[in-house]
Design a protein around this ligand. Structure first.
Ligand code: F6R
Length: 256
């Protein structure tokens, strides 16, 4: 049974799913509904382990139900720096493998920050400009890191921050070591990420968190103070944010 709970003065919708698989299917169904209902969808996409099942579900909807991505434009949240787009450990490679090469989206309609840009500040400005030129992001998919980051907005991240070069927390580098020979020291120290302010401008937000490891930070983000020390707490200020959780990730919430 899917349980819908709404908190924060009706602003944030929290969906408690019966397990991680249904949480990811629910997220995919919402993305699919947005794509079907919108003439020119602009999707904000995320990477990481949580998203893998969501992209598998979207690929399934494309294959079995004809969900078309041809009209979409996509902007990913972040990319390591420095890393080349064709490096198999890059988020460019992740997105090609998880989604882009399985669906009907032209490569030129997909964009991630260029982790190999010679001028990172210029690349970040151009990224913001490209999002604006596309009409802004209609639906932004988000995961949450153990530091409370959305995108790679490590604490403290100003809620007005824009796309920029950031230093990654050691916690995040440890969290993401699997693609780097399981040696966290090999994970790049920096990344290009949309800012909290950039993310907050998306018209709808969809955060997905699964697994017991996320329980503490989910509680901090949804029920602790709204503070730049927990970037995801900013989501409570957004007028249209949905959070999908499995029972493990929701375990420490008062409402669960
Ligand atoms: C990735 C990103 C990050 C991840 C977060 C959770 O593009 O923006 O915020 O969503 O680190 O990662 P997983 O799902 O691997 O726990």
């Amino acid at each position: 049974m899917m349980r819908h709970v709404t908190i924060e003065q009706g602003r944030m919708e929290i969906i408690l799913a019966p397990d991680a698989a249904s949480a990811c299917c629910e997220a995919a169904a919402r993305i699919a509904a947005h794509v079907r209902a919108t003439p020119e969808p602009v999707l904000g996409l995320a990477t990481g382990r949580t998203m893998e099942a969501i992209y598998r579900a979207l690929v399934g909807l494309h294959r079995d139900e004809g969900l078309s991505f041809a009209r979409c434009r996509t902007f990913n949240l972040d990319e390591y720096h420095p890393i080349a787009p064709d490096d198999p450990r890059s988020y460019h490679a992740y997105m090609r493998a998880a989604l882009f090469r399985h669906v009907d989206i032209a490569p030129e309609r997909t964009r991630l920050p260029d982790g190999a840009a010679a001028d990172p500040a210029g690349e970040c400005r151009a990224y913001e400009e490209a999002i604006r030129a596309a009409g802004g992001i209609g639906l932004q998919l988000l995961g949450i890191g153990l530091t409370g980051h959305i995108g790679f907005n490590e604490p403290p991240s100003d809620f007005a921050s824009r796309t920029r070069l950031v230093e990654l927390d050691e916690t995040t580098r440890r969290q993401n070591a699997d693609l780097f020979d399981n040696r966290w020291q090999n994970v790049p120290r920096q990344a290009l990420t949309m800012g909290v302010g950039t993310i907050m401008e998306a018209r709808r937000l969809l955060l997905v968190a699964t697994g017991a490891a996320k329980a503490r930070i989910v509680r901090d983000a949804l029920e602790g103070p709204v503070t730049p020390m927990v970037s995801a707490s900013a989501l409570r200020l957004h007028p249209a944010c949905t959070v999908v959780l499995d029972p493990e990730a929701a375990e420490l919430l008062d409402l669960a």
